[in-house]
Design a binder for this molecule. Structure first.
Ligand SMILES: Nc1nc2c(ncn2[C@@H]2O[C@H](COP(=O)(O)OP(=O)(O)O)[C@@H](O)[C@H]2O)c(=O)[nH]1
Ligand SMILES: [Mg+2]
Length: 323
């Protein structure tokens, strides 16, 4: 498997799109060879700027991502798009809507669009998304757009995989309050008030600005920008691109891009070590029998999960470790 991964990595670096697509599938499915590819390509990552686009279902994220991708592409850039689908473990692949909207994009070597299922371990979603970005990055994409549905914790975690997070909201009553509840207010660097062709865009824009003013200043002193747009009509896209560009400049001037890459690397190391340690533990020969005994003791009312977990972890220090 290892040499296979290296081979795929080499072809990907030569610009082979089929190898890129296959490598993303390996990452998506957490296949055995994925780590070898990522390992081989890691030194070639870091050049791409990553923009996350998140928000409630139906806010117009796919439409907006399609517009943004086209704008960057028209400006001569190489653009990658990753759409993380909220599909259940049973409905593999993309939602039809995404496919249709992204199909409007030209078929061109400077554009690569890919949907990824959000199945698999929820905690791993952010990493799998970040790794798909790494593959596009190594492939030579300069801008990578990541669409996720901002509803759950794992989607919020995806914000760690990108540089700028654009939160898409719509002028429906109370949407900004919902966004606050869902934690979207904390992760947004730029707020796109989409469907500004409809009633109420000015009101939600004003409310958002007020809410953002009231909250404590961010660690890096960035004040989020709020921009009404219409993804459907293509109105005010330039202003939105400008807002994203401003945040990028802010990060670059603060030297934050390197720091973000380091933080992600540290997190990845921790995650791999933790999951390896746990897997090694559960594979130990004596563990199933001891687990069975532990459950029997608990059922007889003689012990608790806390005591038994401590005993499993520290068989020698039995007495001391119980509480
Ligand atoms: N009126 C209006 N409708 C929009 C706009 N942007 C997207 N839509 C529509 O909103 C619906 C959901 O869009 P989609 O991009 O799939 O949203 P997503 O679920 O957030 O990805 C579609 O019917 C779009 O045509 C907009 O700016 N104005
Ligand atoms: Mg969508």
């Amino acid at each position: 498997m290892r040499s296979n991964g290296r081979d795929l990595a080499r072809k990907l670096l030569e610009g082979d799109r089929i190898s890129l697509a296959r490598a993303i599938s390996w990452v998506e499915n957490e296949s055995d060879g994925a780590e070898a590819i990522l390992d081989a390509l890691y030194p070639r990552t870091g050049a791409a700027y990553r923009v996350g686009v998140t928000g409630p279902p139906g806010a117009g994220k796919s439409t907006l991502v399609g517009r943004l991708a086209r704008s960057y592409w028209e400006a001569g850039m190489r653009v990658g798009v990753v759409a993380v689908d909220p599909s259940s473990p049973f409905t593999h692949g993309a939602l039809l809507g995404d496919r249709i909207r992204f199909q409007d994009l030209p078929n061109d070597p400077r554009l690569f669009v890919r949907s990824m299922a959000s199945r698999g371990s929820p905690g791993g979603l952010a990493f799998r998304t970040g790794e798909a970005c790494d593959l596009l990055d190594a492939f030579g994409m300069e801008i990578i757009l990541v669409e996720t549905v901002g509803v759950g914790q794992s989607e919020l975690d995806v914000a760690r995989a990108v540089h700028t997070t654009v939160v898409v909201l719509v002028p429906e009553s109370g949407d900004e309050v919902q966004a606050m509840k869902a934690g979207l207010m904390e992760i947004g660097h730029v707020f796109a008030v989409n469907k500004a062709d409809r009633e109420g865009a000015a009101r939600i824009t004003r409310n958002l600005k007020d809410m953002l003013r009231l909250r404590p200043p961010a660690r890096d002193s960035w004040v989020p920008l709020v921009q009404p747009v219409s993804a459907l009509r293509g109105d005010h896209l330039d202003e939105l691109l400008d807002a994203i560009g401003k945040h990028r400049l802010h990060l670059e001037e603060a030297g934050a891009l390197g720091r973000l890459k380091r933080e992600r690397a540290a997190q990845r190391i921790r995650e791999i070590v933790e999951s390896e340690l746990a897997a090694t533990f559960w594979k130990r020969e004596e563990v199933p029998a001891r687990m069975k005994d532990a459950l029997a003791r608990i059922e007889e009312g003689r012990s608790s999960p806390y005591r038994e977990a401590a005993d499993l972890l520290h068989p020698a220090g039995k007495e001391k470790k119980t509480r």
